[in-house]
Design a protein around this ligand. Structure first.
Ligand code: UDX
Length: 437
């Protein structure tokens, strides 16, 4: 099939490459010329494991191209909307400028049998509104909402073989012509077992926000337990292991630490609350305010633990922060708790050095006032305390005996509860986790 993908960020670039891998002829369209140039040269414009190899592989087939010219969408029968929906400045609501802009820019190039497929995360009601935009433009193109659930760091696998497809169509009917078209687009993963659910437009939009709210709630739940463990002298990691053995609960997403960040969970729960307010259903989501508050308290907590670890004052202390990305296997620093903690420590008088295997360029753009070191050993040089804030494999593999020779004081704060405390303590380190004695 001929497919256009509008927006080539963390979602769209991967989607475009994966659709080409599935055998389709794909054009990716983005307003950012640098991104388009990178992608055209089969270079990933951001770090995502497997993406660059995939770009190289599919570009050799001639089925994948990128451009800044929207008219290239003409001739495609399926148009995926993959642009961002960031948080509005000074408000909780989502900024839909890019989604609206993309749909309007696409209108002149649509044919009547085309389908426009929304993948961006949007407030419920957006799809119905955009369907009206299509209808009132005189086009017979159909709008489908097909939310994307990919995780950064696993985006290629999550796109090629997702755990489910959700198709939102008007009336929620299997007979809607767009269902058959999307089935052809996703024929390969459907054949190898990814289930698909057809539903109405608002339910499809809500599936995405509900899923992200549940994940955020799960993380904040265990972080609330960490607060209790801190007060009661208990260990949240053992608690999570034991609680998670109940398969109704499950161990995944029960890792207590510095809390969640990234371009999705924080802004999605806020946009969800804002939208519920508009719909007169704000009471239903007041718990998400608490989820958000628990999450933000973790950042303050880490600063306090770091201060204790340094003997009561951060002033002039040399601190090494391991990790800037919001999670490992990503260079994304949007709302990264690691980076926000690093900046807070610096504001409170510490001399902070941040290192990360992939995210330093993005981090320096966001917080130019922090000091960055590419090489882990250089970053650790003469540190008064080390903070592990993003659990990259290479940090988990550090040898505490070797690191002890690099730092001034062998003190470590494990913001992800990802290190083995016994190993570090027996190498002479003062170890502090979060929610553990
Ligand atoms: C998330 C959803 O998982 C995905 O389905 C959706 O499409 C987009 O949002 P992503 O933002 O890539 O994906 O990250 P995710 O793996 O969910 O992690 C989010 C944050 O939670 C990270 O900062 C991570 O470090 C943190 N986290 C995760 C925890 O603090 N504890 C956990 O147990 C799990």
């Amino acid at each position: 099939m001929r497919i256009s993908v509008i927006g080539c960020g963390y979602l769209g670039a991967v989607h475009a490459a994966c659709m080409a891998k599935l055998g389709h002829e794909v054009v990716g369209i983005d307003v950012d010329e640098r991104k388009v140039n990178d992608l055209s040269a089969a270079r990933a414009p951001f770090y995502e494991p497997g993406l660059e190899n995939l770009l190289q592989e599919v570009q050799q087939t001639g089925r994948l191209s990128f451009t800044t010219d929207m008219s290239a969408a003409s001739g495609s029968s399926v148009h995926f909307i993959c642009v961002g929906t960031p948080q509005k400045h000074g408000e909780n609501a989502a900024d839909l400028t890019f989604v609206d802009g993309a749909v309007h820019a696409l209108l002149p190039y649509l044919s009547d049998s085309d389908i426009v497929v929304g993948k961006s995360t949007v407030p419920v009601g957006t799809a119905a509104r955009l369907a009206e935009v299509l209808a009132s433009s005189g086009s017979d193109a159909q709008l489908v909402w097909n939310p994307e659930f990919l995780r950064e760091g696993h985006a290629v696998a999550d796109t090629l073989q997702p755990d489910r497809f959700v198709y939102g169509v008007r009336e929620g009917s299997e007979d809607h012509p767009a269902v058959n078209v999307l089935d052809q687009v996703y024929a390969t993963p459907l054949a190898s077992g990814s289930p698909r659910l057809v539903m109405d437009l608002p339910t499809a939009e809500l599936v995405k926000t509900a899923a992200n709210s549940f994940l955020a709630t799960k993380i904040s739940f265990i972080n609330a337990m960490a607060e209790l463990c801190e007060s009661a002298g208990a260990d949240v990691t053992l608690l999570a292991d034991a609680v998670g053995m109940d398969d109704r609960i499950g161990r995944k997403f029960l890792n207590a630490g510095i809390g969640f960040g990234g371009g999705c969970l924080p802004k999605d729960i806020r946009a969800f609350m804002a939208r519920a307010g508009e719909l007169g259903a704000d009471q239903a989501l007041t718990f998400l305010r608490e989820v958000d508050a628990i999450n933000m308290r973790r950042r303050t907590k880490v600063v306090e633990v770091a201060r204790e670890l340094c003997g009561g004052s951060l002033l002039g202390r040399r601190l090494t922060v391991l990790g800037a990305a919001f999670k490992p296997e990503s260079d994304d620093v949007r709302d990264s708790p690691a980076l926000s903690i690093a900046a807070q420590l610096q504001l409170q008088g510490a001399v902070v050095t941040v290192t990360d295997p992939q995210a330093l360029t993005n981090a320096a753009r966001r917080f130019p006032e922090l000091h960055y070191e590419k090489v882990t050993e250089d970053a650790l040089d003469r540190a008064d305390a080390v903070l592990l804030l993003t659990e990259w494999r290479e940090y988990l593999d550090l040898d505490p005996y070797i690191v002890a020779n690099l730092v001034s004081s062998a003190r470590i704060l494990d913001g992800r509860n990802a290190l083995d405390p016994n190993k570090w303590r027996s190498a002479g380190w003062t170890y502090r986790g979060l929610g553990r004695p």
